[in-house]
Design a protein around this ligand. Structure first.
Ligand SMILES: *[C@@H]1O[C@H](CO)[C@@H](O)[C@H](O)[C@H]1NC(C)=O
Length: 290
């Protein structure tokens, strides 16, 4: 019952075209808390996430059943997949990266984009282009993630899959949110990401709006990462923004890249107005990191 009510609260957050910018209730904010801990836990070594022995972050979701973990935290970001019986969802989580390095990469003038790989993303339109670095990262773990999600479905009867990540991990999570439903028909998906940079072009953002169900991207205060790469380079965010203001109000911002001062694009007009220390949080008291 509690899980069902949580789902309802989640659905109520989905922005609709004519919705105004609205502050989330305390209850709605609390609905995100387990997923925030899951995203934070993705910074832990696979040896820890496989045994669920990472301390406070793991203890925040005490009933979690690990299925698979991987990555080396260098060439391949850490990731893990498992089953949460109390929330009745499989969890897919991806690690992020160092803020300054990511900011440098995403403000590089020579950003390269590419089409999504047609084997991983069968039937995807060639008008869709994404950041090549993000596409490469997602491709490295795609088949392992899919295999683990299939175990969550066959062994735990998962009917729902929740994909989470922070920073670079948020970008990989968003690509997983496009990828997994193309291969899994028997589950519904929801995606919650933190400090997401722009991943692709207008066609990509429109595809996400049309096909990725229950998508939320949470941005903290003056974090500069969500405003890069710049819109002038052809990058656009999908809808689903929640912006945490300086007053710690969580504003649900309708539309793609809403330019209101209450949303990140209006609040952080350029990276010099940004504060890198906001990237890791806190998100309702949770600082990202193992
Ligand atoms: C931003 O949100 C407001 C609602 O207050 C909406 O009217 C406006 O169209 C949105 N802007 C964009 C660019 O989506």
């Amino acid at each position: 019952m509690a899980a069902f009510l949580g789902l309802l609260a989640f659905a109520a957050l989905l922005p609709t075209a004519r919705q105004s910018i609205t502050a989330l209730s305390t209850t709605a904010i609390e609905t995100f808390k387990p997923y925030t801990h899951y995203a934070s836990t993705a910074y832990c070594q696979p040896s820890m996430t496989l045994k669920w022995t990472c301390g406070a972050n793991c203890q925040a979701n005490p009933s979690f059943v690990p299925i698979a973990s991987g990555g080396d935290g260098d060439d391949i970001q850490f990731w893990y997949v498992g089953w949460d019986p109390s929330l009745e969802t499989a969890i897919v989580a991806h690690q992020g990266t160092d803020t300054s390095e990511l900011l440098a990469d995403l403000t590089d003038v020579d950003i390269i984009t590419e089409n999504l790989d047609s084997t991983l993303f069968p039937g995807i339109s060639s008008s869709i282009e994404v950041h090549s670095g993000f596409a490469d990262e997602q491709a490295k773990t795609a088949s392992s993630i899919l295999a683990a999600v299939e175990i969550a479905i066959s062994e735990h009867g998962a009917e729902k899959v929740t994909i989470v990540g922070h920073s670079l991990g948020a970008a990989i999570a968003l690509l997983d949110a496009v990828y997994l439903p193309l291969h899994v028909n028997s589950a519904s998906f929801q995606t919650v990401v933190y400090g997401l940079p722009r991943v692709g072009n207008q066609a990509f953002a429109d595809y996400v709006d049309a096909h990725v169900t229950s998508f939320t991207r949470i941005n903290n205060k003056e974090d500069p990462i969500p405003i890069v790469p710049g819109r002038f380079l052809g990058f656009h965010h999908p809808s689903g923004e929640v912006h945490i203001t300086d007053a710690n109000v969580w504003e649900a911002c309708p539309g793609q890249d809403n330019t209101s001062d209450l949303c990140i694009v209006g609040d952080v007009p350029n990276i010099f107005d940004g504060d890198e220390s906001d990237h890791d949080g806190p998100y309702d008291g949770v600082e990202m990191g193992c």
